[in-house]
Design a protein around this ligand. Structure first.
Ligand code: ATP
Ligand code: MG
Length: 557
């Protein structure tokens, strides 16, 4: 990690916090990141993580990681562990690890308090009836016939709900607010529902009633002494309920909820429901498939935590909804890797070249710099032999002057080595080129030949000493910038999002690479070893990102 201490750019939330501090409202700042453990974190969550943990780092203050685990039907321990791993990998340390389920008993007690003060009641309407009574944006709702139940009866029924006496869906606990409120969230919202037969990953079978998010969230925030509760814009309409809950119970803290626009990224989906479908329907290898917008996927793909943090800071935090181009995320990585990644040579589509004037058993050791702009990255040895591979795309029998690579009877420089000239093209019976016969000019190491023009520079690998490798090239997971905007998102899945190249040959030094290393394969892009599928002797490389943002252009260079 880079160890630099850059403070994130300011934004409207940081400005509110500064004002609150100046006004003496708080001694220190407390934030929290509250994921529901019903899937893996994605790049949108990273925006919230960088915001919440970044504020705690810079002000300074503290930030809790709190699992919002009130719906055991969808939540799993696997997700809890994955989320913790991702937050740590992004470079953050939580002050305290909490679960909303830690507060189930307190939440129950606060519900009793609401019942006692006539602010909540047990309702016997079915879920369909509740919906029907709720009204619409233009019509007020109707009051539940159970709304005026005596307190003692409500207390008894709520206790018996907890004791498991009633089946799912027969009763709920509801707040008693205002069925005519223009904000539908305030129309006697449900606070508790009955859910039998679920094993909660934290509380096991202890509970058969579960509190709703809108009730749990403000109380969890207040119990943890959160000062600023940051959430995405869709919760703006829930803020009156957030405040109502805290105003109507005896609790000594009232966090300030502030909403910001969620991150939307082109050519991908971010809803956990859709990501879960991609995984369950095996459209991808798993949550950590390198094409997924999940943190685990980006990590396996080769993204660095720095590049994700910088991206989240660069896009900023506002109240304006928008969609960010994928190129913005990719560029935050390119900038970082261009400076930091050692250069290597890898031939993805090998074509054999025999250097006919090079001795058959000889190996010449050449020194090559690891980085053209940074000598501190050192040098490595390249091994030149009589037989080498170049990329098939780097040869044409004939081409015009614009083609800066090898042609028959033309010359090209082998990167970090000599100039070669192609004298003969060998083809199989079907007319496919299978080998080139070339001669090298021993006078051209580190200097240009006199009086002749060399077309360009191409990369190469020794055919006898290079190592076989698999290379995976990734493209966008979706063909359209807003998958599923007007139809089912499955229709937008890009069938060519993965290309597996199995016959690649890489520099010998790459065979000993480590999973956390990232390389620039010269002229090809940035690559890293796949943390799951790579094996000693058969390395598997992921292309993290291409060298340039050429998406959509069918570039011929
Ligand atoms: P989904 O609707 O896909 O299930 P979610 O918002 O319900 O996602 P949570 O686990 O509840 O997912 O999110 C945890 C936190 O991350 C919340 O505070 C939420 O506002 C924030 N968050 C989720 N998605 C984004 C996003 N795309 N951009 C910014 N913040 C996000
Ligand atoms: Mg949620």
């Amino acid at each position: 990690m880079s160890g630099e201490t850059t403070s994130a750019p300011s934004n409207f939330i940081r400005q509110i916090i500064e004002k609150d501090l100046q006004a003496g409202k708080h001694a220190t700042i407390h934030t929290r990141f509250p994921p529901e453990p019903n899937g893996y974190l994605h790049i949108g969550h990273a925006k919230s993580i960088v915001l919440n943990f970044g504020i705690a780092e810079d002000f300074p203050g503290s930030c809790n990681l709190r699992f919002d685990d009130t719906n055991p039907a969808k939540e799993e321990e696997e997700f809890v562990e994955a989320i913790k791993e991702d937050v740590v990998w992004l470079g953050y340390a939580w002050s305290e690890l909490r679960f909303a389920s830690d507060y189930f008993e307190q939440l129950y007690e606060f519900a009793v308090e609401l019942i006692e003060s006539g602010k909540a009641f047990v309702c016997d309407l079915t879920p369909e009836q509740v919906r029907d009574y709720r009204g619409t944006l233009t019509e007020p709702g109707r009051e539940s016939p159970y709304r005026d139940r005596p307190v003692a009866e409500n207390l008894d029924l709520f206790r018996r709900m907890r004791a498991g006496e009633f089946v799912d869906g027969t009763r709920t606990l509801r707040a008693r607010i205002d069925m005519a409120a223009p904000n539908i969230n305030m129309r006697d919202p449900t606070l508790y529902r009955i859910r039998h037969g679920l094993i909660h990953h934290q509380t096991g079978a202890e509970w058969c009633i579960y509190p709703m998010y809108d009730y749990t969230h403000p109380i969890s925030d207040a119990l943890e002494g959160i000062t600023h509760s940051l959430c995405t814009l869709e919760f703006e309409d829930h803020r009156p309920l957030y405040d109502w809950v805290l105003d109507n119970i005896t609790i000594g803290c009232h966090p300030r909820q502030i909403e910001f626009a969620r991150l939307n990224l082109e050519y991908t989906v971010m809803s956990k429901r859709k990501l879960t479908q991609l995984v369950q329907e095996k459209r991808v290898y798993g949550w950590d498939d390198p094409r997924m917008p999940t943190i685990a996927g980006l990590r396996r793909r080769g993204y660095t935590p720095e590049s994700i943090r910088r991206f989240c800071e660069a896009i900023g935090v506002t109240k304006a909804e928008g969609t960010v181009e994928m190129g913005v995320l990719e560029n935050s990585l390119r900038g970082h890797l261009d400076a930091a990644a050692p250069r290597r040579m890898a031939v993805l589509d090998p074509l054999k070249v025999v250097i006919t004037n090079f001795p058959a058993d000889a190996t010449e050791t050449l020194q090559a710099g690891n980085h053209p702009k940074d000598e501190s990255l050192g040098t490595r040895e390249l091994l030149l032999t009589r037989e080498i591979y170049i990329d098939r795309a780097d040869f044409r029998e004939q081409a015009n002057k614009k083609y800066k690579r090898l042609v028959l009877d033309g010359e090209v420089r082998l990167r970090n080595a000599y100039v070669i000239r192609c004298n003969e093209v060998i083809k199989d019976g079907a007319g496919n080129i299978i080998e080139l016969r070339c001669a090298y000019d021993a006078d051209t190491l580190g200097r240009n030949p006199e009086g002749r023009k060399v077309r360009g520079v191409i990369h190469w690998v020794s055919a006898t000493l290079g190592k076989k490798a698999e290379v995976r090239l990734y493209d966008r997971l979706f063909k359209s910038p807003e998958p599923g905007r007007t139809h089912d998102f499955h229709q937008d899945i890009n069938p060519d999002s993965l290309r597996v190249l199995q016959d690649c040959v890489v520099e010998p030094s790459l065979a000993e690479g480590r999973v956390d290393e990232r390389f620039q394969f010269e002229r090809e892009g940035y690559f890293c070893l796949d943390s799951i599928d790579s094996r000693p002797g058969l390395p598997v490389f992921n292309r993290i990102v291409s060298l340039r943002d050429s998406w959509g252009k069918k570039a011929d260079e």
